[in-house]
Design a binder for this molecule. Structure first.
Ligand SMILES: [Zn+2]
Length: 168
């Protein structure tokens, strides 16, 4: 008898993979973050990645991390989590959000207010930083479940010329 494959991704790993794939849309030269929002039936509700608001050109707005407020990305960029929430065509109440990086305090506010109940993340590299402490303080007070993935997910995405495309 042929046995089933055992090395499959579990749901959390699969959706983290989707978050990583979404991050590949980000133009941020330093930190590409992706997010995926999924409902209790494992249906994808929304995805997002960090980028400038609509109409704000990637060529005109700054990606710099240092300089005056108006010259850095921090004044303009929308984080992946907030984009995923704002991009959703459906309510995200009761959903899980998958993010590679633990959400900042601003995204934590949006996550709580949108009704998302669970956060699955990989990295918590800003653990102990004030904004991270504030984020966790709010999320715990609001009863949002915080889950760090046991395995980290690595995607390799390659683009190659489609051999079926006719040569010009
Ligand atoms: Zn954020």
């Amino acid at each position: 008898m042929t046995t089933k494959r055992e090395d499959v991704l579990n749901w959390d790993e699969y959706f983290m993979g989707l978050a990583h794939l979404s991050a590949r849309r980000s133009k941020d030269p330093n930190t590409a973050v992706g997010a995926a929002i999924v409902d209790e039936n494992h249906r994808v509700v929304s995805v997002g990645y960090n980028g400038f608001p609509k109409g704000c050109s990637d060529d005109e707005f700054p990606w710099a991390r240092e300089g005056g407020t108006l010259d850095t990305k921090y004044a303009y960029v929308v984080h992946a989590e907030l984009n995923a929430i704002l991009n959703s065509k459906w309510p995200v109440t009761g959903c899980t959000i998958y993010v590679s990086l633990f959400p900042c305090n601003e995204c934590a506010k949006a996550i709580i207010q949108s009704g998302i109940r669970r956060i699955v993340y990989e990295s918590d590299k800003y653990n102990g930083v004030d904004t991270n402490i504030a984020s966790k303080r709010m999320l715990r007070a609001a009863g949002v479940e915080l889950c760090r993935l046991e395995n980290t997910i690595h995607l390799e995405v390659t683009k190659t010329k489609n051999p079926e495309t006719k040569a010009e």
